[in-house]
Design a binder for this molecule. Structure first.
Ligand code: FES
Length: 129
């Protein structure tokens, strides 16, 4: 017969054996910072899409010196987003439109774009996943 204490010890050693004891810490440490481009590469009221760490990221500059980053995937049905003009991000698949400053859906799609952490320093745009 196995005791309750014995069962707990077995579970703990089993989790350790498969490497799950520090999983929360490993996930937290998995985020990486990527340098994307110079700020001058992003037009004011426009945006560009970049491949970053295996992901497509859309960087916008809704007003001079203010930058935003989104996952470049439409929340309607997963269409690719390839930039922004006049502070609007458009999906060519079915015509969804998103606000380039907030990522909020304006038409077709009902959910906002997923935001990506962004930092700007010394004229360089960086994102973190
Ligand atoms: S997938 Fe973008 S509008 Fe449908």
């Amino acid at each position: 017969m196995i005791t309750r204490r014995g069962l707990l010890v077995s579970l703990a050693s089993g989790l350790a054996a498969i490497g799950l004891t520090g999983l929360g810490t490993q996930v937290a440490n998995a985020a990486k910072t990527f340098t994307v481009c110079k700020t001058s590469a992003i037009p004011v009221k426009g945006g560009k899409t970049f491949s970053v760490g295996g992901n497509k990221v859309l960087i916008t500059q809704p007003k001079k010196g203010s930058f935003r980053a989104y996952v470049a995937v439409c929340t309607h049905q997963g269409g690719a987003l390839n930039g922004a003009e006049n502070n609007e991000i458009a999906c060519n698949l079915h015509g969804a439109k998103f606000d380039a400053a907030t990522g909020m859906a304006k038409s077709v799609a009902s959910r906002p774009l997923a935001k990506v952490a962004i930092a700007v320093s010394a004229g360089t745009v960086k994102v973190k996943f």
